[in-house]
Ligand binder design. Structure first.
Ligand SMILES: Cc1ncc(C[n+]2csc(CCOP(=O)(O)OP(=O)(O)O)c2C)c(N)n1
Ligand code: SF4
Length: 308
């Protein structure tokens, strides 16, 4: 857990500084939601006076670090194999807690490492209620190896391994995590910075396994304009495609942002070339969003009226 790389701005036990998590000079693509998410996480840690050790499996997030002996991360960072980040983080957190050391152990992983290849160790860490915070920046694709489909890729998206559009719908990872009855699971959007910061604050105030899913635009994989990134995920939230909600202990659901009733999912699809407009069933998509929200409302006991 000690910072041995020499050039780190951040030492264990000291709070984050403005740039402690993601430094300028990294080579991430323009408009990358993961970069924005890291910056927002860094600010939230700084505001809370917290520090962390990052545990990152194979994904764009570990390419971000750059080549030794330089690094774009200003905190101690452990690179793991694809499948083992939650297991490595569990070990680090156990040693920290045994030694009474400060700081959070934070996994930072893509959807490939979370929904697919790391799911077994993620489930195991959740079942043991390990004292870690797990972030999945969900760009809905295996980004750094050229854009293959993952089980998070939404239906109809064209990827290098679904050249005719993906047949299956996105896996509901939050329900899977909630089914482990972990203390906290939540969805986050970089288009909602206050909600984003509140959820990190909430996670930092708790112990045990905390899982946070960030909808993370990827202009390279989504074939969208970098300048559209934040707007795209805003449309996803406001149209009901990516609901913002929290689940406490697998039981208590809280919806944070309701669809605004005027934003249409059509705008989301038409601004990304991974979707072909003639292949999207908009009526079915609108109905799916409505049904999902009615299900969440029922779970949150906000609206107990019968689902129409
Ligand atoms: C076991 C294993 N299989 C495949 C790879 C090659 N690989 C490295 S990163 C990556 C894609 C990661 O996708 P994701 O987790 O979604 O993160 P992103 O690249 O989108 O940031 C792949 C397939 C690997 N490193 N290890
Ligand atoms: S490929 Fe996507 S996730 Fe990876 S750095 Fe580029 S924009 Fe970010």
């Amino acid at each position: 857990m000690s910072a041995t790389a020499g050039k780190l701005e951040q030492l264990p036990g000291l709070p984050c500084t403005e740039e402690c998590l993601l430094r300028a000079g990294n080579t991430n693509c323009g408009g990358c939601g993961m970069s924005t998410g890291l910056t927002m996480l860094g600010r939230a840690l700084r505001d809370a006076g917290e520090t962390c050790t990052l545990v990152i499996p194979a994904c764009c997030g570990i390419v971000t670090a750059g080549a030794f002996p330089t690094t774009s991360y200003g905190v101690p960072t452990v690179a793991t194999t694809f499948a083992s980040a939650p297991a490595v983080a569990s070990g680090l957190a156990s040693i920290r807690d045994l030694n009474g050391e400060p700081g959070q152990v934070i996994c930072w992983a893509g959807d490939g490492g979370t929904y697919d290849i790391g799911l077994a160790t993620l489930s195991a860490a959740a079942e043991r209620n390990e004292n870690i915070i797990y972030f999945c920046y969900d760009n809905e694709i295996y980004g750094n190896t050229g854009g293959q489909r993952s089980s998070s890729t939404p239906a109809a998206a064209h990827t290098t391994t679904t050249p005719w559009g993906k047949a299956e719908d996105k896996k509901d990872i939050v329900s899977i995590m909630a089914a482990h009855r972990i203390p906290y699971a939540a969805t986050l959007s970089i288009a909602h910075p206050e909600d984003f910061a509140d959820k990190i604050k909430q996670a930092l105030s708790m112990t045990g396994m905390r899982f946070l899913l960030i909808h993370s635009p990827c202009p390279t994989g989504w074939k969208s304009e970098p300048a559209d990134s934040v707007e795209l995920v805003r449309i996803a939230v406001n149209s009901g495609l990516f609901p913002l909600y929290e689940v406490f202990h697998g039981l208590d659901y809280k919806i944070n942002v309701e669809p605004d009733g005027t934003t249409d999912p059509a705008d989301y699809f038409s601004r990304q070339k991974r979707f072909h407009p003639d292949e999207i069933d908009l009526e079915a998509t609108r109905k799916r969003c409505e049904n999902r929200f009615n299900q969440l409302r029922a779970l949150a006991r906000i609206n107990l009226a019968p689902v129409s």
